[in-house]
Design a binder for this molecule. Structure first.
Ligand code: BGC
Length: 701
C-alpha cells in the first residue's frame, strides 16, 4: 500500500485531538512529557537539552532516553504513532565539522555532503531523526551573528551547497537508519534582519526575495528536503508565522513542496508580540491558515486548534493536510516499521573515519587572506611563539551553535603545533599576554591566535563593530611594535574588519570555527603539509560602516570613474571591500589564460579557460564564473556567480575549465515574479575571485 493510502487509513481513525497532536512539537524538558506522549500530543519532541553527561561520548544516554519515549508512543498511546525527535545538529554531532560558513569556504559540495552524512550517522545513532539543518539564509550583514550558521552571501553557491547538505542528511533512502530528515531554515529572508540584529524585521523587495533569498530554498525543495522551518522575522510587517503568500503560496502551491513546515521556537505565539494577533487562538488560526504544519514549543496548536475547528472557524481539511505532511515524513523515515534506534550504533561517535571527514573539511575551509611569504613555516631550525587569547581554546573551535561536541575530543591550536613539530622546532608559549610580549623577541615568528569566542558569534550574538575584540587587537599591535614577524590565525563566525592586520602583519589565516579536527588542519597548513585552497563565501568589509557590502550589488546610476565626486561612494573610506567574495590565496600561484566563449544554442553558451599552476607547489584552485546581464527590464547585479570548479594542479600543470550555461542560468525573476529570459548582451568573467579574472562577452538574440 502506498504511503498516501496508509495515511488516509490512519487519518480516518484519528480523533481531532490526535490529529492536532501530530502538529505539536513539545520541548523535551516539560514536566508532564510522558503523559502527553501517552495522550498522543507529541507528534514531535524537540531535544533542546544539553547532552546528558555519560562516561564517554559513545555512551548511548540520549539514545536510551529517546527509545523509552518512543516506546511510550508506540505501545502506550492509542494509535501507536511514532515520534519525530528533532535537534539542532548544524555541522556535526560528537564529531564536529567547521561551522557552515567555514564549510562554504571549501566551495566543495562533496565535502558538505560528507560532513552531513557523518552528522546524520552520529545523530541518528542517538535517536534523532529530524535535524534542524541546513541553514540556507543568504547573509549580507556580518553584524548578524547567525551569518556563521549559513553558507554565505551568494545564492548560487548557497543553493549548490544546500542540495549537497540535504543529500548528506537524507541519503538515498530515509529508511536507512543512518539518515535524518533535513529541515532547511529559516524561511525566508531571515538574513536581512535590519541592522544585523537578530529576530528583527526585514524589508525585502519582491524582486530581491525571488532572486536572492528564495533560490536556496527552491534548490532544497528540488533536492527533496523533508521539512522547512519558517523564521522569527517579518517581511514588511508580516511575520513568517503569518506569511500565507510565502508559505502556503510560493512554497507549497507554486513549488509543490510535500514536506511539512515547522515554526521556529515559540514563533507562533510570538505573533502577539509582533502585534498581529491578540490571543493565542488568533495565533493558531493565523499560522494554520498561513501553512505552518507544526508548532515548535509554544503549544498554541494543541491548546487552540481543535476548538477553532469545532466552532467552524477553521476547516478540518487544513488540519488534515498538515497531519498528512507530518505522517508522510514518518513513513518516509520508516518509523512505523523501525521506530527505535540501535543503541550500539553510538559506538561510532568520533570514529577515526568520521574524524577524517571533518579534518578534510577543515583543511579546505581555511582561507589564506594574506601571506608575504612567511608561510609555510620551515620544520627545522626555527623558534616559533604560539600566543594569543585563543591559542589554548578548545570548545571555541566547535562554534557557537554546537550542542554536542565534547571539549575533551578537541585539540587546541597550541597542542596541535606541539604535537606536529619534532625537536627541530622550538615552541614557546604562555597564557599571559605580558609574558608573551617578553618572550616574543626570541622568536623567529609568532603565531598569534585571535578572534571571536563563541559568546560573540551565532544566534542573538550580533555586534556593532567588526573589529577584533579590543584585547586581541591590542595584543597584535604590541607584537607589531616589537617587530617580530607575525602570522595571525583568526577564529571567527563572521568576516571581521582586518584592515590593520592586513597592513601590518606578515600573514592572516582565516580559520572560522573549524571543528574537532580544526587545530590539526591549521597546523598542517602552517607547516606546509597542506596547501590552503579555501575561498571566502562572504565579502570582507574594511569597516563596519560599509555593511551591508556584497559583491553582487546592483549598479547605481553613477558608476563613474572613482575619482569623480559624483560617483556613488563614501567620503571617508574606499567603497571597495578589504577582500572580495571568492578571495583566498594558496602557496601555489595560478595563471588564467585563453578565455573562449561559444554560443552553442540560441539560449546556451559554453565558456572555457586554461588555468596553469605557475609555481613549484601542487595546489587546488577554485575557478569561478561570473556574468552580468547588461541591460534588462530590472537592473541586474554587476556580477553574479554562475559556476565554479575545483582543480587540482601539479607544478607547471595546465587544465581547462569548462562551464555550460543554459537558459535558466541566464534568467531572473522579473517585476511580475516570473522567471524570465531576456536576450541581449552578457558580460563574462572567469577568475580566482569576484574582483579579477579574464573578461569577455556574448550576445543572445
Ligand atoms: C533557532 C532555530 C533552532 C531552534 C531550536 C531557535 O532559537 O532560531 O534555528 O532550530 O531555536 O533550537
Amino acid at each position: 500500500m502506498s504511503f498516501e493510502l496508509k495515511i488516509d487509513a490512519l487519518l480516518g481513525r484519528m480523533t481531532l485531538v490526535e490529529k492536532v497532536g501530530q502538529m505539536c512539537q513539545l520541548a523535551i524538558f516539560i514536566p508532564d512529557l510522558e503523559d502527553r506522549i501517552r495522550q498522543g500530543h507529541a507528534g514531535s519532541i524537540i531535544c533542546s537539552n544539553s547532552p546528558t553527561p555519560g562516561n564517554t561520548p559513545q555512551d548511548p544516554v540520549l539514545a536510551l532516553q529517546l527509545n523509552e519515549y518512543q516506546r511510550l508512543a508506540v505501545e502506550e498511546s492509542r494509535l501507536g504513532i511514532p515520534i519525530l525527535f528533532g535537534r539542532d545538529v548544524l555541522h556535526g554531532y560528537k564529531t564536529v565539522g567547521p561551522i557552515p560558513l567555514g564549510q562554504a569556504a571549501t566551495w566543495n559540495p562533496e565535502i558538505i555532503e560528507s560532513v552531513a552524512r557523518v552528522t546524520a550517522c552520529e545523530a541518528s545513532a542517538d535517536g534523532i531523526n529530524l535535524n534542524f539543518a541546513p541553514v540556507i539564509d543568504i547573509a549580507r550583514d556580518p553584524r548578524w551573528g547567525r551569518i556563521a550558521e549559513g553558507f554565505g552571501e551568494d545564492p548560487h553557491l548557497c543553493s549548490v551547497l544546500a542540495q549537497a547538505a540535504v543529500r548528506g542528511y537524507q541519503g538515498e533512502d530515509l529508511t536507512d537508519p543512518a539518515t535524518v530528515l533535513a529541515c532547511a531554515k529559516h524561511f525566508a529572508g531571515y538574513g536581512a534582519v535590519e541592522g544585523g540584529r537578530d529576530y528583527n524585521g526585514t524589508e525585502i523587495a519582491a524582486t530581491t526575495l525571488r532572486n536572492i533569498y528564495l533560490p536556496p530554498f527552491w534548490a532544497a525543495v528540488r533536492a527533496g528536503v523533508g521539512a522547512i522551518m519558517s523564521g522569527f522575522h517579518d517581511i514588511g510587517g508580516i511575520p513568517m508565522s503569518a506569511h500565507r503568500e510565502l508559505v502556503a503560496g510560493i512554497l507549497k502551491e507554486e513549488w509543490g513542496f510535500e514536506g511539512f513546515v515547522i515554526s521556529d521556537w515559540a514563533a507562533i505565539d510570538e505573533m502577539r508580540q509582533h502585534g498581529v494577533a491578540e490571543t493565542r487562538a488568533d495565533c493558531a488560526l493565523i499560522s494554520a491558515l498561513a501553512g505552518l504544519d507544526m508548532d515548535m514549543a509554544s503549544e498554541v496548536y494543541i491548546d487552540e486548534l481543535a476548538a477553532l475547528v469545532e466552532t467552524n472557524q477553521l476547516a478540518e481539511a487544513v488540519i488534515d493536510d498538515a497531519v498528512r505532511r507530518v505522517l508522510r515524513a514518518k513513513f518516509r523515515l520508516g518509523l512505523f516499521d523501525q521506530p527505535y534506534t540501535d543503541v550500539k550504533r553510538a559506538s561510532l561517535h568520533l570514529s577515526p573515519d568520521h574524524r577524517q571527514v571533518v579534518r578534510k573539511a577543515a583543511e579546505q575551509s581555511l582561507v589564506l587572506l594574506k601571506n608575504d611569504g612567511i608561510l609555510p613555516l620551515a620544520k627545522s631550525d626555527l623558534t616559533v611563539g604560539v600566543f594569543g587569547p585563543l591559542a589554548n581554546a578548545r570548545k571555541t573551535l566547535c562554534g557557537a551553535w554546537n550542542l554536542d561536541g565534547h571539549e575533551d575530543s578537541v585539540l587546541s591550536i597550541l597542542d596541535a603545533v606541539r604535537d606536529k613539530v619534532g625537536a627541530n622546532v622550538e615552541i614557546l608559549a604562555t597564557d599571559l599576554v605580558d609574558d608573551a610580549l617578553k618572550i616574543a623577541p626570541r622568536c623567529d615568528v609568532v603565531i598569534a591566535v585571535v578572534g571571536e569566542g563563541i559568546a560573540r558569534s551565532g544566534e542573538n550574538n550580533c555586534i556593532t563593530t567588526l573589529d577584533l575584540p579590543p584585547g586581541h587587537q591590542a595584543f597584535l599591535e604590541a607584537l607589531h611594535a616589537i617587530q617580530v614577524p607575525t602570522a595571525a590565525i583568526v577564529l571567527a563566525g563572521r568576516p571581521l574588519a582586518l584592515e590593520w592586520a592586513d597592513r601590518n602583519l606578515s600573514a592572516i589565516l582565516m580559520v572560522w570555527h573549524p571543528g574537532t579536527e580544526g587545530a590539526k588542519a591549521i597546523t598542517d597548513t602552517l607547516f606546509g603539509d597542506h596547501n590552503p585552497s579555501g575561498k571566502s563565501p562572504v565579502t570582507f568589509p574594511r569597516n563596519v560602516g560599509q555593511v551591508p557590502l556584497h559583491y553582487n550589488h546592483r549598479p547605481t546610476g553613477r558608476p563613474l570613474p572613482r575619482n569623480d565626486r559624483r560617483h556613488s561612494r563614501y567620503a571617508d573610506a574606499p567603497d571597495s571591500p578589504l577582500y572580495p567574495f571568492g578571495y583566498g590565496l594558496s602557496y601555489s600561484t595560478f595563471e588564467y589564460r585563453n578565455l573562449h566563449i561559444t554560443v552553442t544554442a540560441p539560449r546556451a553558451v559554453s565558456i572555457s579557460a586554461e588555468i596553469t599552476n605557475t609555481s613549484s607547489t601542487a595546489g587546488d584552485e577554485i575557478a569561478q564564473l561570473y556574468i552580468r546581464d547588461v541591460v534588462a527590464s530590472i537592473s541586474r547585479p554587476v556580477k553574479e556567480l554562475k559556476g565554479f570548479s575545483r582543480l587540482s594542479l601539479k607544478p607547471g600543470e595546465t587544465q581547462t575549465v569548462v562551464f555550460q550555461l543554459t537558459q535558466d542560468d541566464l534568467s531572473f525573476y522579473n517585476q511580475s515574479g516570473h522567471l524570465s529570459f531576456e536576450p541581449g548582451l552578457f558580460k563574462v568573467w572567469v577568475g580566482p575571485d569576484s574582483n579579477t579574472g579574464l573578461a569577455g562577452q556574448f550576445e543572445l538574440k
